[in-house]
Design a protein around this ligand. Structure first.
Ligand code: NAD
Length: 358
């Protein structure tokens, strides 16, 4: 098959890690008989430098027309003084909105080879964990009205943010979560705060109703405070966690921290047609940019997600994930995942080792 991929390398380590990931996809193409056409466009700080804005209409058009979008990371200290509506991160919000991305998928798993980096005790981790957080991205308190008012209790000025979720928004993210659980271990945990919030009661009712369409998937519900605790107490109990924008923002960062290695974690953001934007969860790491030492694995694994979730290429995605695991098992480490005193390889060498194992 032939696929067109919009490539947004971005800032900092973005160009270094994305270049390696593109070579991994080329290798997959050779092995499985696919061809990838790359359309490179700017977004973030580099776009501010070139065009004065973080996101141009050309970038939007190229990303919309492509079969998928591969993104590195945007931002850095160079643009810290830029007014907030022109900051590099605005490019991400703009792309998400333009592409209609409503489901953010963030896997968090522990590679047994990196167990030492996991901040949780081995006796708690047991056989490890492999979960995905499915976070709703377009609703919730982030997109309600934000305003100031006067306290009705006579306490002066107050800040207000409207939290809302429509049944439709919950239905579509719930379906995405159940579909994903079907190709994983068949379990969905829906996280809300239904003991307090009306939005959460709508959320729980709706997820429960959609769950009846998926009798082969087990569903349970958990309050967000308990979920935050359970993630560090027994992460192995989770398969797919589905939750709203605010709770998902917090829980997905917590889940990534328990893996102990930010340079390893991929993500996908999907729209209703299943097309999406794929990117590592980490930022542009300006502290190590340009030195050839960044870990490309999160971006490489984001490509595996692209093959799996947007193109339906399961064997190809499996091949990338197996090659990453084999490379780690063979002892190759970038600096961020090396134990003290352990030998390290650079970004390109890590990419080569992964490609050699595909
Ligand atoms: P960061 O994720 O860029 O870096 C945090 C720490 O992790 C740094 O020490 C960095 O060196 C290390 N790190 C991150 N990725 C790594 C990799 N692949 N290999 C090795 N080490 C890695 O977070 P930050 O420092 O808070 O943010 C830096 C910039 O990135 C900021 O401008 C921020 O706004 C931006 N950012 C962008 C995105 C995005 O594009 N999606 C996400 C987060 C932050």
């Amino acid at each position: 098959m032939q696929y067109t991929i919009a490539v947004v390398k971005g800032d900092g380590i973005g160009p270094e890690i994305v270049s390696e990931a593109m070579l991994v996809l080329e290798r997959i193409g050779e092995k499985f008989g696919h061809s990838f056409t790359w359309q490179e466009v700017l977004a973030g700080g580099c776009s501010i430098d070139a065009y004065g804005v973080p996101l141009t209409q050309e970038t939007i058009d190229v990303c919309k027309a492509a079969d998928s979008v591969l993104l590195g990371a945007v931002g850095g200290p160079k643009w810290d003084e830029v007014p907030s509506d022109h900051r590099p991160e605005r490019a991400l919000l703009g792309l998400r909105a333009e592409l209609g991305l409503f489901a953010n998928l963030r896997p968090a798993m522990m590679y047994s080879q990196l167990a030492a980096a996991c901040p949780i005790k081995p006796e708690i981790i047991g056989d490890g964990f492999d979960l995905v957080i499915c976070r709703e991205l377009t609703g919730d308190v982030y997109f309600g009205k934000h305003y100031r008012s006067q306290s009705t209790r006579g306490w002066g000025e107050m800040g207000c943010d409207d939290m809302n979720y429509s049944v439709y928004e919950v239905e579509r993210i719930a379906r995405r979560a159940f579909e994903m659980a079907r190709v994983r271990r068949g379990k969905v945990t829906s996280v809300d705060k239904a003991n307090v919030l009306e939005t959460s009661r709508v959320w729980r009712e709706t997820v429960t109703r959609i769950g009846t369409e998926y009798p082969d998937v087990a569903l349970d519900h958990m309050y967000v405070d308990n979920a935050a605790m359970q993630l560090v107490r027994n992460p192995g109990q989770f398969d797919v966690i589905v939750t709203g924008n605010l709770f998902g923002d917090i829980l997905s960062d917590e889940a990534s921290m328990i893996t102990g290695s930010i340079g390893m974690l991929p993500s996908a953001s999907l729209n209703e047609s299943g097309r999406g934007m794929y990117e590592p969860i980490h930022g542009s790491a300006p502290d190590i940019a340009g030195r050839g030492i960044a870990n490309p694995i999160a971006t490489v694994l984001s490509c595996a997600m692209m093959l799996r979730y947007s193109f339906g290429l399961t064997a190809e995605a499996d091949a990338i994930e197996a090659a990453v695991a084999a490379t780690l098992a063979a002892g190759f480490r970038t600096g961020d995942i090396a134990a003290p005193g352990e030998a390290t390889v650079g970004t390109h060498a890590m990419g080569e080792e992964i490609r050699a194992r595909i």
